[in-house]
Design a protein around this ligand. Structure first.
Ligand code: ABU
Length: 500
């Protein structure tokens, strides 16, 4: 009974051991019940409530903060409710995001990390985690294909920040003066990325003072791959107009289509024009672990930098993103400020292991342990198996969709990644002229179905428009718990909701 116990009865209270143990066991039971429910395919993915309902509170769920402490009984209720009204992102029928699933060893890693509650800036306070980061990064450099003496990197808070790091380091490499004098000391620099790439390149350019207008969008082909000839034409045009190109990002696994840019061709162009080549493999990096699918990233070893998010295809709990740079020492030179209270040079150990000054952060969360632990538990072959399974599911739903008349694929080719994009064509839009009005009506179909889907809560999938294409569904697989019947269920649910 926790009704008369308070947080002050737990550690560090002198006699807090028993109550702390009981409280944590109770929390464990809540979490374990949630995990069991998540993996029970028959449970709901979500119990949707609108923001105003959560703000106002309902069924005893009240998020308002109080001046007085609340008993642990209430704290446990809050834990239960928080999970109850959240979204089960590990549910086999959650297809909404590129990150899904819940790896049990990864979860254990996250628990341990939270328990250790330390900071990644110095070896002094994170000796084991810092060495683990070095070991895992080294493994990633090898997989990318860099030579023994190449490779540097850091785990960062997500793919957007990893991409930002790549621009930051590239700019420093070409214009080291920027660190002290700022953008005013630089010529008008521009960078290139495909129109299908992630919005983080514009975000980073805004944040770094480069400006979003200096991110030049390169055309993609029908299935979203960058067109190298358009890249070169745009580089030449920018130069002719007095701009100074310095950076190109190729995407290995675009967010919506899952397309892989032709990295070798892009690398040739970058070498010819002396440009930094980044590969944003946040989504596609996992395929490097698959002997069957790694050819899709051929040429990645020629990259100057790579973003790779193990929290996507590798199923590592959020968040876990790495930015890798081929040249050693650049991250440090670009970002170090040598704060003397933290990065003292006269420490009694090798201070090269105080990796915190490579980053733009000070405090840095330990994202490495869960990945290291999962890698130990699965081996590289375990990741490979899991990733191949997701790609097989994508092929399965692609083939299923091809046989269905009430669905239409956004592009007819087999998927390269696990993204499968399609429209559902409701009865009222079948067999009629596909004119402007038809497109406008089709644009409303996916959001309408998604709204009903969320109210029902049995499955979740994302949609978006792209270019001149009206809203379409994007199916993605990254959860090893998903089976063919879950994929079938999604299509049945869309059909059921769409018929009306
Ligand atoms: N940072 C890309 C994540 C997008 C998605 O999960 O759909």
């Amino acid at each position: 009974d926790f009704s008369s116990l308070y947080s002050s009865d737990l550690f560090p209270a002198r006699s807090g051991e028993k109550h702390t143990e009981q409280f944590l066991l109770e929390v464990f039971e809540i979490l374990f019940n949630y995990i069991k429910k998540t993996y029970d395919g028959k449970s709901k993915v979500l119990d949707f409530h609108h923001p105003h309902q959560i703000l106002q509170g309902f069924e005893g769920f009240n998020l308002e903060l109080s001046d007085q402490p609340e008993p642990l009984e209430q704290i446990l209720v809050d834990c239960r409710d928080t999970l109850k009204y959240g979204v089960k992102t590990a549910h086999p029928r959650f297809f909404n995001q590129l990150s899904s699933g819940l790896d049990i060893v990864g979860l254990a890693g996250e628990w341990l990390t939270a328990t250790a509650n330390t900071n990644m800036f110095t070896y002094e306070i994170s000796p084991v985690f810092i060495i683990m980061e070095e070991i895992v990064l080294k493994k990633m450099f090898e997989i990318v294909g860099w030579k023994e003496n190449e490779g540097d990197g850091i785990f960062s808070p997500g793919g957007t920040i990893s991409n930002l790091y790549s621009i930051l380091v590239a700019r420093y490499k070409y214009f080291p003066i920027v660190k002290t004098k700022g953008m005013a000391a630089l010529p008008p620099i521009v960078l290139f990325t495909s129109e299908h790439s992630h919005y983080s390149f514009e975000k980073a350019s805004a944040a770094l003072g480069i400006g979003t207008e200096n991110v030049i969008a390169v055309k993609g082909d029908e299935r979203g791959k960058m067109i190298p000839s358009d890249l070169e034409a745009k580089i030449l045009k920018a130069k002719a107009e007095g701009f100074v190109p310095f950076y190109v990002s190729a995407t290995a696994g675009t967010t919506v289509y899952g397309a892989f840019d032709p990295i070798e061709d892009i690398a040739d162009i970058c070498e010819k024009h002396n440009l930094w080549m980044h590969v944003d493999a946040a989504w596609g990096g996992g395929l490097l672990l698959s002997k069957k699918h790694c050819f899709k990233l051929n040429g990645i070893k020629r990259a100057n930098s790579v973003t790779w998010n193990p929290h996507k295809m590798m199923g590592v709990p959020l968040q876990c993103s790495a930015v890798l740079t081929r040249e050693k020492g650049l991250l440090q030179a670009c970002n170090q400020m040598q704060a003397t209270y933290l990065f003292q040079r006269d420490k009694h150990y090798n201070t090269a292991y105080d990796t915190g000054d490579k980053t733009i952060q000070c405090g840095r969360h330990v994202d490495i342990f869960k990945l290291w632990l999962m890698w130990k538990a699965k081996g590289t072959s375990g990741f490979e198996h899991q990733i191949n399974g997701c790609l097989e599911l994508a092929l399965y739903i692609y083939k299923t969709l091809k046989t269905k008349e009430n669905f239409q694929l956004v592009f007819p080719e087999e998927p390269e990644h696990t993204n499968v994009c399609f429209w559902y064509i409701p009865p009222s839009l079948r067999g009629i002229l596909k004119d402007y009005e038809w497109k406008a009506k089709l644009h409303k179909v996916a959001p309408m179905i998604k709204a009903h889907m969320m109210e029902e809560g049995a499955v979740m999938v994302g949609y978006q428009p792209l270019g001149d294409k009206p809203n379409f569904f994007r199916m993605v697989f990254s959860n090893p718990a998903t089976t063919k019947s879950d994929a079938d269920f999604l299509l049945e649910e869309i059909e059921k909701l769409g018929e009306n």
